[in-house]
Design a binder for this molecule. Sequence first.
Ligand code: SAM
Length: 276
Amino acid sequence: MKGTLYVVATPIGNLADASPRALEVLRSVELIACEDTRVTRTLLARNGIERPLVALHEHNEREAAAKILEVLASGRSAALVSDAGTPAISDPGAHLVARAHREGARVSPVPGPSAAAAAYSAAGFGEARFFFAGFLPASGAARRKALEALDAPWPIVLYEAPHRIERTLLDLAERLGAEREVAIGRELTKKFEETVRLPLGEAPAWLAAVPQRAQGEFVLVLAPGAEKAAPAALDADGVLDALLEALAPSEAAKIAARITGLPKNELYRRALARRK
Ligand code: SAM
């Protein structure tokens, strides 16, 4: 299979963010897989591009992927875009990309806008690492578990839908503490863009302060939580002494190794010495 699947990032609001290379690639391919054909057609029309589109979304990813793979198998190239930002990041496309790899096509990213990278770069947490958590589950045990996992010592990037942003800010403040800082990127690259950094406890009031604010698109970047203290080191000799009251040195060493994580041989040697 000689064709190339280009994974092309498109604007997250400001159409001028489509890169010259992204447009050149979209103009050159045989077929473009997209989420909503109306959204992609608007982007293409604005740039004078006319290419055939195939809708590829959660519910038809397999069938749509088959059409793209046919193109690639014939040695021609195709592109994958989503409605906004980078495909396969909280967006459809990963299934097609994985199949293209399996079937021997070349896969080539055409990088560009992504709401996660844009929000993180404007948050200023400056850590060497961050965790991309995508969307939180909407409710139930899955949501509680996901919220718990956010109590981590590195920055975390979350996407959220407008109808859930208020609930999510309240849940985050409750779970992580009102003092924990959050950077909120709203309507990035668009007319009413805002990026603010404030304690989670103040975020619901910030949201409510302007009536139409909750309508926008949001990325949340949580400041890193405090590093958790390592569990106190176990006193291996104390553990051995307690076990030696009831057990032979070899048995005591075996159990002490399980409790302390230290090597059994070393603990056996120590147990013999302590028995003397
Ligand atoms: N794949 C896309 C990307 O790389 O940016 C993300 C797609 S995801 C379905 C859509 C979510 O991204 C929105 O709910 C919002 O959380 C975030 N988002 C997209 N555009 C945004 C923008 N202009 N400003 C803030 N957040 C945005």
